[in-house]
Design a protein around this ligand. Sequence first.
Ligand SMILES: [Zn+2]
Length: 238
Amino acid sequence: MSATQFDALAYSALEERGDAVLLLPLGATEPHGPHAPLSTDTLISIGVCERTAMRLEGELDVLVLPPIAYGVTRYGAAFPGAVSISEATLSALVTEIRDSLAGQGFGRIVLVNNHFEPEQVRTLRETGIPLLDLTRRANAERLTEEFRSGSCHAGRYETSLVLADRPDLVSVERMRSLEAKLVPMPAAIAAGQTNFLAMGMDQAYCGSPAEATPEEGEQTFDTLAELLVELIREVARS
Ligand SMILES: [Zn+2]
């Protein structure tokens, strides 16, 4: 554990740090292909938060809160491992954490989300808490081609990120054997499809996981940290 982790500290180390920016990593526990862990989204959020806290060392006090590893995740329900909570529960969890911290004088919190089911993103937006929202066009445009295509669940984009931080959790042999699957999820969702199987994701992935590399993952983490640094600077100014 690094010193940037909120819950790695003793309470005495938190005194007079009310100006700190607290990052709340959010993900989901849901199927990510036959090759990647259920924790993929959560791991990505944690990886971005940790890199960002390190980058801002000496400029801003940034602490990473314990992650919320459960999200609103219904599309993968046909597969084992999809554990969903409701919008109301997610909203209550996030706002109660914000309020509890605010009560102790921590007024700056930023949500860092990497699970993109529309109901998850909408719920987080509606809390009004600053959110690293990668589904916004201005952010998505700076990410990889596969991410921008929307055909990116447990594909090259996400699997590369996991390979960068937790290669031990990826079955690389399995990954290399997976054929590319083009499923533009945002369009499928807009057309009313609400489960992976109906979208043609018979192994709970789309995109090109076989092309994933840790190098691409590290590069994407760089970009994600850049986006988060920009958001944190905005929050710190306000
Ligand atoms: Zn994911």
